[in-house]
Design a protein around this ligand. Structure first.
Ligand SMILES: C[S@@+](CC[C@H](N)C(=O)[O-])C[C@H]1O[C@@H](n2cnc3c(N)ncnc32)[C@H](O)[C@@H]1O
Length: 244
């Protein structure tokens, strides 16, 4: 007998089986009654169901054909009633939009592209499930072991909080790593420097983490010369942008 592979690696499909965790994620969004929610990768619709029960208007983006078909059958009433739209699409292909909230238990192999693609959207708050190590790097402060290019790139754009560690046993198939729920709010003050130049400078600095900044960038202010990437703050980066 041939079996259908519901978990092709291509889409990073590890499914949340603990409904209490899904409920916690939705509660962390805040009051969603009557509000618009973009859901990234609904899979079989565990989060979708709770979002709809709580009265939100959901736009769900799912590229996998099998899940797309399952969702259409499962939520036929809500689709006809107008509280749910399902798009068979890749979130990274969306050009942007405005939603009150964004939520997703996202595929871990594309966490970074998804995180930075959020920038194309206007939203108040987002709740994402990511790999625990990724979450720790997202929220890491300068001078800690986890501090990385991801940490400063995240802090330039968002206010992020690691809300809850979720053990691997809450998923099926059981993955090799633990996960975490993070909340993300856009920074009220936007980073005023050109994104390409910022990325270029961060690449130079973080690809030579062990070097002192004076050996990477010329004409630095005195106080930055002996610093290294692992303690680079946003204020330091601003000073570097000013002379670049
Ligand atoms: C980790 S699973 C989570 C599924 C479901 N939300 C859950 O909690 O059980 C990731 C989901 O994202 C979908 N996905 C993969 N790549 C995607 C992309 N580029 N854009 C949107 N969804 C994607 C997968 O098909 C899958 O449904």
């Amino acid at each position: 007998m041939t079996s259908i592979n519901l978990y092709p690696k291509k889409y990073g499909q590890v499914l949340l089986k603990d409904k209490n965790i899904a409920l916690k994620e939705v509660i962390l969004l805040g009051d969603i009654m009557g509000r618009s929610v973009l859901e990234i990768g609904p899979g079989p619709g565990t989060l979708t169901e709770i979002l709809l029960q709580k009265g939100s208007i959901v736009n769900a983006i799912e590229p996998d054909h099998q899940f797309y078909e399952i969702l259409k059958l499962k939520f036929d009433t809500q689709l006809n009633g107008g509280s749910l739209k399902i798009e068979k699409n890749d979130f990274l292909e969306l050009s942007g939009g405005t939603y009150d909230f964004i939520i997703g238990n996202i595929p871990y192999h594309i966490s970074s592209p998804i995180l930075f693609h959020l920038e194309k959207f206007h939203f108040m708050r987002s709740i994402l499930m990511v790999q625990l190590e990724f979450a720790k790097r997202m929220v890491a402060q300068p001078g800690t072991d986890e501090y990385s290019r991801l940490s400063i790139s995240t802090a330039l754009r968002y206010k992020v909080k690691l809300e809850k560690v979720v053990k691997r046993g809450s998923f099926y198939p059981v993955p090799e790593v633990d996960s975490a729920i993070v909340s993300i709010e856009p920074n009220p003050v936007k980073w005023e420097y050109p994104p390409n130049l910022t990325n270029q400078i961060l690449t130079e600095i973080f690809s030579q983490r062990r070097k002192k900044l004076k050996n990477i960038i010329k004409n630095l202010p005195e106080e930055l010369m002996n610093k290294r990437a692992d303690i680079l703050t946003i204020e330091d980066l601003k000073k570097i942008m000013e002379i670049s």
